[in-house]
Design a protein around this ligand. Structure first.
Ligand code: ZN
Length: 341
């Protein structure tokens, strides 16, 4: 058995049972290769006073109203309220790893639900206020909130998607994957749009040494460059390139807002730093904009949709809906025009 807890001689059902039993840090963080350059971990958390938070939310709301192309950048800090540990917080996975400890709260990816922040972001996208979301998170909660795929780049993968090595088709799973590190899952590609494909299926979770998915990165890069307001939430922005994308707005005179509990790598570049929980900021922002947050709706959660097995015996590991990444590929055609701007 390798460090992911997967074994080549385990059948998918056994692997699924293992995934149900294992909390997320075992199935994700422990599955990654050893890596020394995890940046600053365990920095003290800072909390603005209630008055400061309210004052800053009003500033953010006024900038949101003035902006034309707002991009949200999200990290693990927006999912801690769901019960998923972050990485570099005082109780984060990497912080505790240095002490030889494991996170205390630790739900499986199948148990967690989108947070107020996820739902607020979806609401802002639905109102055409936020144009795009770039996430480092692999928990799938943005998609599960009902956020449209065309508005989202998941730079480090998604526990609920699998990808074909030939046609690049992205397929949804109804439960979190059991492997990490873009490993082959002993499945053949079911093909897209009725076309046969001889490709093999792998998980989409990047290990440290992997390149970021090209289409997602292009899309993220494009929107980050267009942004006149970047809002970075729940990230210390230490991982590159993801952590640098929010700063691109500054190149064209846009603004950078950071909402995080710990200091971040780019605090000096920020026009506004709000040190409190992202849920509080986003709830306050919606209120200031006089918008009502969408509630979680299972019918908009693509992982909850039922679908007929393609082949008998596929069981719960049957492939789900194909995610529409055709809109991502069209970005390639737009990118050269952007260079002239
Ligand atoms: Zn394929």
């Amino acid at each position: 058995m390798d460090r992911t807890g997967n074994s080549s001689d385990m059948d998918p059902e056994q692997q699924a049972n293992l995934a149900q039993m294992q909390p997320m840090s075992s199935s994700y963080a422990d599955g990654l290769s050893p890596y020394e350059h995890k940046g600053k971990v365990g920095l003290e958390e800072i909390f603005d006073t209630e008055e400061e938070v309210q004052r800053k939310i009003q500033i953010l709301a006024s900038w949101v109203k003035q902006s034309k192309h707002i991009v949200c950048h999200t990290g693990a800090g927006i999912s801690t309220a769901a019960g998923i540990p972050d990485f570099r917080g005082p109780q984060g996975v990497w912080t505790l790893e240095r002490k030889g400890e494991k996170p205390k709260f630790n739900k499986s990816f199948n148990e967690v639900m989108p947070t107020s922040t996820h739902m607020a972001i979806k609401t802002l996208v639905d109102h055409n206020i936020v144009k795009f979301v770039v996430s480092q998170n692999i928990d799938g909660l943005h998609l599960r909130s009902g956020l449209g795929r065309q508005h989202l780049a998941e730079l480090h993968g998604n526990m609920f998607t699998e990808q074909c090595n030939k046609c690049n088709g992205l397929f949804l799973r109804s439960d979190a994957t059991t492997s990490v590190g873009c490993k082959y899952l002993n499945k053949n590609c079911p093909g897209k749009k009725g076309r046969m494909c001889r490709g093999k299926i792998k998980d989409t979770i990047l290990d440290w040494e992997h390149n970021l998915p090209e289409e997602e990165l292009n899309m993220a890069d494009w929107h980050s460059n267009l942004a006149d307001l970047s809002i970075a939430m729940g990230t210390t922005m230490q991982i590159v390139p993801s952590g640098n994308l929010p700063t691109y707005a500054k190149k064209r005179g846009g603004k950078l807002v950071i909402c995080n509990l710990q200091p971040t790598k780019h605090d000096k570049k920020a026009d506004l730093i709000i040190n409190t929980y992202t849920d509080r900021v986003m709830d306050g922002l919606l209120k200031a904009l006089e918008l009502e947050a969408s509630s979680y709706d299972p019918s908009l959660d693509p992982t909850k949709k039922t679908f007929a097995p393609k082949e008998p015996g596929d069981g719960k590991h049957v492939f789900g809906h194909v995610l529409d990444n055709s809109k991502l590929t069209t970005v390639h055609k737009v990118l050269p025009q952007l260079a002239d701007k």
